[in-house]
Design a protein around this ligand. Sequence first.
Ligand code: BGC
Length: 774
Amino acid sequence: MKKYIKVDEWKIIEEGFDPKNHLVSESLFSLGNGHMGQRANFEETYSGESLQGSYMAGVYYPDKTRVGWWKIGYPEYFAKVINSTNWIGLRLLFDGEELDLARVHVKDFTRILNMKEGYLERNFIALFSGGREVEVNAIRFLSIARPEIGVISYSIKPLNFSGNLKIILYLDGDVRNQDANYDEKFWVENHRTIDTAEAILTMRTKKLDFYLTSAMRCKIIQGNQPLSLSPLLHSKEKYLAYEFNLPMIQGERTSIEKYVANVTSRDYPVDSLENVGRLRVQEAFGIGYSSLLEEQREAWAKKWQDSDIVIEGDSEAQQGIRFNIFQLHQTYTGDDPRLNIGPKGFTGEKYGGSTYWDTEAYCLPFYLSTADSHIARNLLLYRYNHLEKAKENARKLGFKKGALYPMVTMNGEECHNEWEITFEEIHRNGAIAYAIYNYVHYTGDNAYLPQYGLEVLIEISRFWEERIQYTEHKGYVILGVTGPNEYENNVNNNWYTNRIAAWTLQYTLETLEFVRKEYPERYEEMMEKTKLREEETEKWKEMIEKMYYPVDENRGIFLQQDGFLDKELKTVDQLDPKERPINQHWSWDRILRSCYIKQADVLQGLFFLGDQYDLETKRRNFDFYEPMTVHESSLSPCVHSILASELGYKEKAYELYLRTARLDLENYNHDTEDGLHITSMAGTWMSVVMGFGGLRVRNGRLVLNPYTPDHWKGFSFKILFRGSRLKVTVTKEKVLLRNETETPADLLIFGNEYTIGAQGELEIALQQRTKAEI
Ligand code: BGC
């Protein structure tokens, strides 16, 4: 596929309509507001290839598992994010001829995602076979201020004819998921009602009984005047529509405004849904399109004010980072602890929109630094609330105690069904423990530990205790796992897994001691609740001490797993570019036997536990593993970019940054049509702030070691840290810090201590990083 997105610092722009790009564009131009998401499907009929996608946060379907060989322990279902009522749809017929971009000639097509103001725009001229030309301008947005509201403004101008126009504005609940396991439709109709003012359609999922009510109101405007037309009403199973028939005059514009409220039973009692939907849509209709758009602009301005990253002198990089930040805000607003961040957010069906370890390992830092701390806390509470399910999950796999969090989940239950991932990618438990550490360490919210964190840590540690085994010649080992690198399965002693397991045991012991001293009453309660015995903690100590780690003494590196050196060691530059990505060209067997690495594995550990390893250890491991890494997980380039920055490999850090920032814009992994890589977008943010900015937190203090990549003139970002908001601007010569709050901030910059007082400023000349600072 050719690169077709125009570079612009605030917009994503596609010029000219090429149906071959449409599926990718439907993902790229997606809209969301935390409550719902919408792929960039056309409002009007489109008979070409398309993946229809209207998604409601937290509304999912337990689609019965489909596998060839059932293995005990497999989950009953995979939780799917479901394509819901098509609320954007409309049809236009010009003297009976329908507008369909797959059937007309399309001129002057532009599709623009305005990231600054939060709306999607489309302009084109449709040329019908008989020679008629119609100019179209369509704008839509999902309101940030009123998350249940979606608005469309669609205007049409016949350029060279006058005639009759038929407009049909509809709600269609008869939708399906392309990835349904049994080709089953997930929704049934519950109720529908229509009068000349409002059309209200309520759908219910066949399982779990989620209800979605979509309430629609419309306005037709000609010559700046709303028309008082009586529409024809259409009502059939799962479908409601208004039909307007009106004359069109050459050169005159007709505008349609469509307002829809989507409210679900997650938020309101079922019997009130219709009323709430009606009320919401009436409110929106009363406010009107222009004021709602103005409200949208203001809401986005506020988001950008706290989280924008400005890059001077590199428009591609600038567009990339803004695209990532924009999509993250569209996916998760953090106000609802029942929600989480799916790897594809609301932009496609694949990965089910469910929660993976991605949240803890990749997304948390973005929310820690750009949003109030209750948002990161909500992400942690999501797992706390699933602790009982994680215990059930461990029991289901035959463990007598402890908790194994699921690899993929919606409600706490595991719903992934490939044995090498479900049963073997147990490292995810470590990421959940690490997130507790990361949160407490960053925010200083120590009270989280006695209240919630400790209990989760104890149960995860108990799982490790049972899963780890002792062998005379090696000590404690972990057999039969898949590490973060999913291109090796069922390996023994994956260094990362062994390391994160031992680290969790250690952190749990430290937390126990902390809670015992600082919150003695709560400690007693916890002991009572968990029935933790001394022999358990004694065992954990022994396991930490005698944990086995595979190493290669000669190279001075940690080994990805016991057998890694038995492989033929080759670098990625020896691969034929035509065979990449290898997961789309090689048999799985060939991939498993090769040395090629999908994503950071040993290096993931060196990133997480960066303060425990010196620079030379990191360098030797990076130099060994990065050249073998194909980065075929979107989560891969960011971690490598951060480590490359730390090691002073500036060019590499920049190259990997661009790869993560523009992964979807360039469709590097040839899969953007399935949806955007939302969770890796937080990794992009990390590669700027933690990579180029060198942000860390050490002993409760912010540490910065910034440098400006050669390709940039400078960059700036904002971070919230324990009550202060700092704007950090880095140029080729200096770093400028501005404290935008009344709370003073203590920092370590290039190894020196500074305090920036309320509303204070600080300017420091750029220096080389030194080992001690990293
Ligand atoms: C990665 C996993 C990740 C998942 C969802 C996979 O390709 O290997 O680490 O959790 O995608 O993003």
